[in-house]
Ligand binder design. Sequence first.
Ligand code: ZN
Length: 214
Amino acid sequence: MPAEKVFWQDPYCTELTANITSVEGDVITLDRTIFYAVSGGQDSDAGTIGGCSVKEARKDGAEIFYTLEGPHAFTAGDEVSVVIDWDRRYRLMRLHFAAEIVLELVYRNFNNPAKIGANIHQDKARLDFVWDGNISEAFVLIEQQANKLISDDHPIRSEFSDPDKERRYWEIEGFARVSCGGTHIRTTGEVGVITLKRKNIGKGKERIEISLME
Ligand SMILES: [Zn+2]
């Protein structure tokens, strides 16, 4: 049985007791976890398992493999405490949702331009598009609409569309329903004020960099 993903049921949980289900050298698996592994462009969490720093969290199929830093004496069945760096995760969740909103607004205002990249790091998120011209010409409109959605503080619902395949979505009633397996905040207001910056990344390609004001 792959780890139960408690980060989906409760993305605000910062500490969890779990059991180790396998150990292979410095790589372990757990029966349940709050420690997100990089996917969908969202960076992995940082934190500890049983007091050991996690060097890497990697999702393979439905299982998450954690590579521990330094020596350990764990064996399968051990009970451990899983602790995540909440400041980092919360910034990732806020930036992730800022990127969700901006992406959706770019799609609907500019006739679904092709997205060719996306990334959510702790300090900023980026979205890359096939785009002729200067994408910053769209920023007044996008920022205005995004900041309105944020200040209206809409509830965000996150659910499974297909639990067996671990397919999930988020939904804001009256705005959008989008497939995504990331961790999501509860309301749009949590994002706070965002700013956009343009980067040209080659002919016919434009990047939007999204930052949080605080
Ligand atoms: Zn998402």
